[in-house]
Ligand binder design. Structure first.
Ligand code: BJW
Ligand code: ZN
Length: 256
């Protein structure tokens, strides 16, 4: 509780805030994380066979079916109080920016203005050959494990998910904007990320290096514990609303 108060004070006093999120913020909406023991996607699936450009080249139907299953799962779930608290931070803090590694659209659906997606999105497919954006389509709710042939672009190329796979560069503009914001921020709030995937994991480190206060929300220890000024151990859907209420108590009471 003392830590929440200390974090709330830093947050309320900050001019520039970056909220950096990972899969853990969507966990309580029912979206599986990647590396959590038992429930993480990489516990059940081979990342090399699904989340690399080579995997899509080798077996496009397997990869497209898996990503369409995940997209249909996300369409059925809803933002949780953690996503809503992030949108509330944006409403209260004069210069706040959400930088997410997530490929879901739950920040947008909770009211976040224009989150930066460092690892792309399940809702922005494109042609693997000519990069032309494609319509996400209504989706046909494939069940888990079903193979599905990807649609074809006008050029004949296969449509691929608009996400960043291992070995692929992050979208240049998004990464630059995120690094700049981390450099300039007073507070960086990192939520629900294991902090092991690079270059995204550099973002909290950049904030710390340039004098920002790093607040971490995670129920488990991570390598970012060493970088964080304040570690709040708990789930995003519980801790973030507490943090917002403590940072802006009058507004919380007024219901804004
Ligand atoms: C809760 C909670 C609750 C649970 N509340 N919290 C330096 C060193 C070593 C390796 C590398 C390096 N630099 C680059 C690499 C290689 C690689 C990499 O980092 N590998 C490491 C894993 C070893 N990086 C790349 O390949 C990147 N590209 C690149 O470097 O390109 C170079 C290049 C340059 C120029 C030209 C060409 C190439 C790309 C990385 C792409 C990552 N993609 C994925 C998949 C996206 C698509 C998809 O969704 O399928 O992105 S992998 C996956 O991990 C996904 C996530 O965004 C990312 C991060 O995971 P995240 O969000 O942290 O989730 P988890 O599951 O790891 O953690 C969840 C956390 O939540 C846990 O801590 C829980 O405790 C917590 N939690 N419940 C709050 N309720
Ligand atoms: Zn094309």
């Amino acid at each position: 509780m003392v830590d929440v108060r200390e974090a709330a004070k830093a947050l309320a006093g900050a001019r520039r805030v970056v909220v950096f999120t990972g899969a853990g913020i969507s966990a309580e909406s029912g979206v599986p994380t990647f590396r959590d023991a038992l429930t993480g996607l990489w516990e059940r699936y081979d990342a090399q066979a699904l989340a690399t450009p080579q995997a899509f080249e080798d077996d496009p139907d397997l990869v497209w079916g898996w990503y369409e299953w995940r997209r249909s799962l996300i369409r059925r779930v809803h933002p949780n109080p953690g996503h809503e608290a992030v949108a509330a931070i944006e409403a209260h803090a004069p210069h706040a920016l959400v930088v997410t590694q997530n490929v879901d659209d739950l920040h947008e659906r909770a009211g976040s203005r224009a989150p930066i997606h460092l690892h792309g999105s399940l809702f922005t497919p494109r042609c693997a050959a000519c990069s032309r954006p494609a319509e996400p389509g209504p989706g046909d709710e494939p069940e888990e494990g079903r193979r599905l042939a990807p649609p074809r672009c006008g050029c004949g190329g296969a449509i691929r998910p608009g996400v960043v796979w291992f070995g692929e560069a992050l979208p240049e503009e998004a990464l630059e904007e995120a690094v700049q914001a981390a450099t300039d921020c007073d507070v960086l709030l990192t939520v629900g990320t294991s902090g092991v995937v690079y270059p995204a994991a550099e973002i909290p480190k950049v904030a710390s290096m340039f004098g920002g206060t790093v607040i971490q929300v995670n129920p488990q220890p991570t390598p970012l514990d060493a970088v964080a000024t304040i570690n709040l151990h708990g789930s995003a859907a519980v801790v973030l609303p507490e943090l917002v209420s403590a940072a802006w108590p009058e507004r919380a009471a007024a219901g804004s």
